[in-house]
Design a protein around this ligand. Structure first.
Ligand code: FMN
Length: 210
């Protein structure tokens, strides 16, 4: 906040806390994950609320149903950010292969991996991850220099940019399928309207009974 105020003269419109159950790159160390010593969403929310003042705070990472939404809102959040559940919707522009991988995933299929950019990340077990487990390396044919954090040399076992692009292009063999920790609880593809209706009904019910 100090940095933004100093350089741009503005404060954030909102904060999103991305906790340790989120998908993709995670702001935690390997030792803190999967859910080892990492702070919970509740703990982080409490700390952030203490300094956020009037700036709204949203919670993300493992928010699965309306009960979770009610829980965080009652703890002071102004909203939540949900990613994984919206991948398994008709409207999501991810490929059918990605959506089915979410629907078919078991709890054991959700893995923490080391991303070439040096951070832990959460993804669904896939042929690429199995080949990497066996020591395979898949350097980019041509480096597009997409990420400053990537060392762009032989120390990286695969190109994350290509693996993520493969995931959206129906390439189950070579894709890297990022997902949140609760993907295994998703059991069908629904429309966005159906999902939002379900979430809101659960949310309103939970607010009433608590
Ligand atoms: C496929 C996928 C890609 C993501 N990519 C990004 C990203 O580029 N930047 C980011 O800040 N968060 C990213 N996330 C994290 C989400 O924005 C979100 O905060 C988080 O996954 C919420 O947890 P949930 O998936 O359990 O609902 C990604 C998540 C997924 C599942």
């Amino acid at each position: 906040m100090k940095h933004y105020m100093k350089h741009y003269g503005v404060l954030p419109d909102m904060f999103v806390i991305e906790g340790c159950k989120a998908g993709g790159h995670l702001g935690f160390t390997k030792e803190e994950l999967p859910e080892g010593t990492a702070k919970s969403n509740d703990e982080i929310l409490k700390e952030v609320l203490e300094v956020a003042g009037d700036i709204p705070v949203f919670v993300a990472g493992g928010v699965f149903d309306g009960g979770d939404m009610a829980h965080y809102c009652m703890a002071g959040a102004k909203g939540v950010q949900i990613a994984t559940r919206f991948i398994a919707t008709e409207e999501c522009d991810a490929d059918e292969v990605f959506k089915q991988a979410i629907v078919n995933a078991t709890e054991e299929d959700i893995r923490i991996i080391k991303s070439p950019v040096g951070m832990p990340a959460r993804a669904i077990n896939s042929p690429l991850l199995k080949r990497l487990d066996e020591g395979g390396t898949f350097p980019a044919l041509r480096c597009s220099g997409c990420l400053t954090a990537c060392p762009k040399n032989d120390s990286i076992p695969y190109c994350i940019s290509r693996a993520l692009i493969a995931a959206v292009q129906r390439d189950w063999e070579n894709g890297l399928f990022f997902t949140g920790s609760n993907a295994y609880r998703v059991d069908k593809i629904v429309s966005v309207a159906q999902l939002i209706d379900e979430l809101m009904q659960e949310y309103e019910h939970c607010l009433k009974v608590r």
